[in-house]
Design a protein around this ligand. Structure first.
Ligand code: XMP
Length: 326
């Protein structure tokens, strides 16, 4: 019989057996999966754990602050925040292929974790044992879609599975690897992870990097961040957060179209709204959002984000579309 209490008891045992008294780091994104994985490992091995939040510059507005406010405040976990914005932008420069971008992001994450692990050891002084383990909030669908499941095709390389470099120095601790998102949420609630985190909509580890179709640049990220913040604000205001699985906003950075604003011609970029409903992200349907909410989002984005002159709606289910565009 599946229940979250059993999963916790079983995983705490397994984590203790795997890790022993070694040091562990956990990549924390502030999302549901990594937060619940961190909470499980903390329950198992306490302060052998240090969480690492990587600001890769591909975050939405307000996210870095939110991790400290919500997760650290409630769990007291030790947190290291790494500003890796330049590093990720440099690594991504010139790349447009989706799988290449995903693999670069996966690799840079690991390099940042390696640096952070060395700092954790240095800070521990003479008691500084090597960090041998990396905790990831990998779920079952991530494994399947990255080609790790039985008979599965490689649809895309999730940053924490198919995007890992070959010379990985850490052993992985992945206590959620057999679970679906709804199960992870149940485990999180049972562990006392705050509801604002447990009920957060999914946001992919590679962040806005896979929502800019084309090369990722600092300017494009600013444009997308502004459009995304407006869409999220209006969906929240309309009380729709729990009705939709997530709503990616995608910037078609290499596409331009002609528009008119005031008396002038514009030649700007489109953004795509991709609201989806889903149970487990393996399949999804596009969400029939109310027209007035769509209208408000569209008007606000085109008024407030000068580089964007067109807002379009993605009405494709999964399959054949995936949820993210890359
Ligand atoms: P797709 O685009 O494959 O997305 O239909 C399914 C779900 O997974 C999220 N997603 C990711 N999550 N790392 C993650 O942590 C990734 O590399 C990644 N790629 C996609 C996506 O947002 C959706 O919820």
């Amino acid at each position: 019989d599946w229940n979250p209490g059993n999963v916790i008891a079983e995983q705490v045992e397994r984590i203790r057996a795997q890790v022993g008294d070694a040091r562990v780091i956990c990549g924390l994104s502030g999302g549901v999966d990594s937060s619940v994985a961190a909470a499980l490992v903390q329950r198992a091995v306490g302060d052998q754990l240090t969480c690492v939040f990587v600001d890769h510059g591909l975050l939405r507005s307000g996210e870095a602050e939110q991790v400290e406010k919500d997760f650290v405040a409630s769990t007291g976990v030790r947190l290291k925040v790494v500003d890796a914005r330049d590093r990720f932008l440099r690594a991504l420069a010139g790349h447009t292929d989706p799988e290449t971008k995903r693999k670069i992001i996966g690799r840079e994450f690991i390099r940042v974790f390696e640096d952070a692990a060395r700092e954790v050891v240095a800070e521990a002084g003479e008691h500084g044992d090597e960090v041998k383990f990396l905790v990831q909030g990998t779920l079952y669908p991530d494994v399947v879609e990255s080609g790790g499941g039985e008979g599965a095709a490689n649809i895309k390389s999730h940053h924490n599975v198919g995007g890992l470099p070959d010379d990985l120095q850490f052993a992985l601790v992945e206590p959620l690897r057999t679970l679906f998102k709804d199960e992870v949420r149940a485990v999180g609630l049972e562990l006392g992870v705050p509801e604002v985190i447990v009920w957060r909509q999914p946001f992919p580890g590679p962040g806005l990097g896979i929502r800019i179709i084309g090369e990722v640049t600092a300017e494009r990220l600013d444009v997308l961040r502004a459009a995304d913040a407006i869409a999220r604000e209006e969906l929240t205001k309309a009380g729709l957060d729990r009705d939709i699985w997530q709503c990616p906003v995608v910037l078609l950075a290499d596409v331009r179209s002609v528009g008119v604003q005031g008396d002038g011609r514009t030649y700007g970029h489109p953004v795509v709204l991709r609201p989806v409903s889903s149970e487990d992200a393996m399949t999804a349907d596009w969400t029939r959002l109310p027209y007035d909410v769509l209208a408000t989002i569209s008007t606000r984005i085109t008024n407030e984000v000068p580089e964007v002159n067109r807002v379009v709606l993605d009405v494709t289910s999964k399959p054949p579309g995936t949820i993210e565009w890359e």
